[in-house]
Design a protein. Structure first.
Ligand code: LHQ
Length: 265
C-alpha cells in the first residue's frame, strides 16, 4: 500500500486494487481524489505487470458522488463555479480513462453508489455488489441532471424506462434489484464481497490481457455502432489479437489438452 490517504493503491497477482479512502464522507469525490484515480488508471495502462483493476471503497460506502460539503463551501465563498469546466477537467478524464483502459475493471461495490459515484460504478466493466449496497442517481435530489456518464451508461444497462424512473425520482435501488435489472453482475454477502471480487479480478489478470483489452474496445464500440460496422471492427481487431503470443499459446494449450499459461502479451 502507498501512503496516499485519499486513494489506496496496491498491486498483487497482476491486479491493481484502488480503494477510495474518504470513508467519513462515504468516499465522496473531490478534485484530488478524481485526479489520483485518473493518474492511477494511467499508470495501470502503462504497466504491463497490471492486467486487471479492482475498484472499491473504504468503510460503509462505495462513493457518494461529488463532495457536497466542498460545493457548499464554494457557494458560500461566492466562488463562480462552472460545472461544465469542472466536469471537463475532473470527471470526464476519469470516466474516459476507465473506458479507454484496455484492461478489465472490476467494481466491488461495497456500499452506496450515488451521483458521480454511480457513474464510477457504471464505468467499470463488471460489478459485484454487497447485499445492502444501494444505487441512486442523486442528481435530481440536489436539482441537477445526470453527469459523469450516468445518462449514457444507465439506459444501456437497465433500459430507458428504469433509467428514467431512477433519474427522475431518485429512487434507491437495492443490490438485489440491481442484479435483476442487469445493473450489476452479482450480489455477494458483505463479508465475502472483497474476496469474490479479488478472485474474479485475478482470474481476469491471468487471462490473455491483450485479447481482453481488444474485447473491451469492441464492446465499447458496439454500444454505438450498426452491425456492418461492428463486423468490420471485429475483423480488424481480430487480426491484432491473432498476432499476439497469447493466441499461439491458447491454441497450443487447447490441442495439448492443458491449461493455457497466458503471458498477457
Ligand atoms: C456526504 C455526501 C456527499 C458529502 C453523503 N458529500 N457528504 C455535482 C456537482 C458539482 C460538480 C460536478 O458533479 C456533480 C456530480 C454529483 O455527484 S451530484 C450528486 C452528489 N451526491 C449526492 O447528492 C448524494 C447524496 N447522498 C445520498 O444520497 C446518501 O447519503 C447516500 C445514498 C449516498 C447514502 O445514504 P445513507 O447510507 O443513508 O447515508 P447518509 O445519507 O446518512 O450519509 C452519511 C454521511 O455521509 C452523512 O454525514 P453525517 O455527518 O450526517 O454522518 C452525509 O451528509 C454524508 N454524505 N453523501 N455527496
Amino acid at each position: 500500500m502507498n501512503d496516499d490517504p485519499i486513494l489506496l493503491t496496491e498491486v498483487q497477482a497482476g491486479v491493481q486494487t484502488l480503494t477510495l479512502n474518504r470513508p467519513d464522507r462515504l468516499n465522496a469525490l473531490n478534485d484530488a481524489l478524481a485526479e489520483a484515480l485518473t493518474q492511477a488508471l494511467k499508470q495501470a495502462a502503462r504497466d504491463d505487470s497490471i492486467r486487471a483493476v479492482l475498484l472499491t471503497g473504504a468503510g460503509r460506502g462505495f462513493c457518494a458522488g461529488q463532495d457536497l460539503v466542498d460545493v457548499l463551501a464554494g457557494q458560500q465563498a461566492g466562488e463562480p463555479l462552472s460545472l461544465r469546466d469542472h466536469l471537463n477537467s475532473s470527471y470526464h478524464p476519469l470516466i474516459r480513462a476507465m473506458r479507454q483502459l484496455e484492461k478489465p475493471i472490476v467494481g466491488a461495490i461495497n456500499g452506496a453508489a450515488a451521483g458521480a459515484g454511480l457513474g464510477l460504478a457504471l464505468a467499470c466493466d463488471l460489478r459485484l455488489a454487497a447485499a445492502g449496497a444501494k444505487f441512486r442517481t442523486a442528481f435530481v435530489g440536489i436539482g441537477l441532471a445526470p453527469d459523469s456518464g450516468v445518462s449514457y451508461f444507465l439506459p444501456r444497462l437497465v433500459g430507458p424506462a428504469r433509467a428514467a424512473m431512477m433519474a427522475f425520482t431518485n429512487e434507491v435501488v437495492t443490490a438485489e434489484t440491481a442484479e435483476q435489472w442487469g445493473l450489476i453482475n452479482r450480489v455477494c454477502p458483505p463479508d465475502t464481497l472483497q474476496n469474490e471480487a479479488r478472485a474474479l479480478a485475478e482470474q481476469l489478470a491471468a487471462g490473455p490481457t491483450r485479447a481482453i483489452g481488444i474485447t473491451k474496445r469492441e464492446l465499447n464500440r458496439a454500444l454505438v455502432s450498426d452491425l456492418d460496422s461492428a463486423l468490420d471492427y471485429e475483423a480488424r481487431l481480430q487480426d491484432v489479437a491473432a498476432r499476439t503470443p497469447d493466441f499461439a499459446e491458447g491454441v497450443a494449450a487447447f490441442l495439448e489438452k492443458r491449461t493455457p499459461n497466458f503471458s498477457g502479451q
